[in-house]
Write a protein that binds this ligand. Structure first.
Ligand SMILES: [Zn+2]
Ligand SMILES: [Zn+2]
Length: 177
């Protein structure tokens, strides 16, 4: 089993390689990058103007079956997403189907009316991606604010996290093969 990042071409461009590199370093395993098309996201909510993250995970699962992919798949999209009781989520994962999604919508300074910062968007996308992949590898949330598996409630909490799993979480990462 491998790990694949599927980068919807509408997502932030020019940061794919550094994000791939940081995620791979964090989880200690090579990660394949697919520079993808417009991924057929489903579950648009007209009033919220957001997509239902659960529906997107279902669609990823279907995509994997259609392409005979057994890898863990992390989809990166620019569309804002929500899930269950949360008004928004930076990302979402479902371990049972090996599928996860990260939205760059709220990771961009632009969303908050602030000037774009390429360094910040790389860090945020990589941390969020590694977090969701951590869930796909069986990890739960961690209480240490600096750990990748900490659940950030805000962008500043995400920024406060390090690029790495704490020793406890790292020891729980399976040896991928
Ligand atoms: Zn989480
Ligand atoms: Zn941890």
């Amino acid at each position: 089993m491998g790990i694949v990042i599927y980068w919807d071409y509408r997502s932030v461009d020019g940061i794919q390689l550094p994000v791939q590199r940081i995620i791979s370093a964090a989880i200690g395993y090579p990660v394949e990058l697919i520079l993808g098309d417009h991924f057929p996201v489903e579950g648009y909510h007209r009033i919220r103007r957001q997509y239902d993250g659960g529906r997107i995970l279902n669609r990823i699962s279907l995509f994997k079956r259609m392409h005979g992919l057994n890898d863990l798949l992390l989809l990166v999209i620019p569309d804002d997403i929500y899930a269950d009781s949360s008004d928004f989520v930076f990302g979402l994962a479902r371990e049972s189907i090996g599928s996860a999604v990260v939205s760059t919508a709220r990771l961009r300074n632009e969303f908050y009316g602030l000037p774009e910062d390429i360094h910040q968007i790389i860090e945020r996308t990589a941390k969020e991606g590694a977090h969701e992949l951590g869930h796909l590898m069986g990890l739960q949330h961690c209480l240490k604010p600096e750990c990748i598996m900490y659940r950030p409630e805000s962008l500043s909490e995400l920024d406060r996290k390090e690029r790495y799993f704490c020793p406890d979480c790292r020891s729980q990462l399976p040896l991928m093969r």
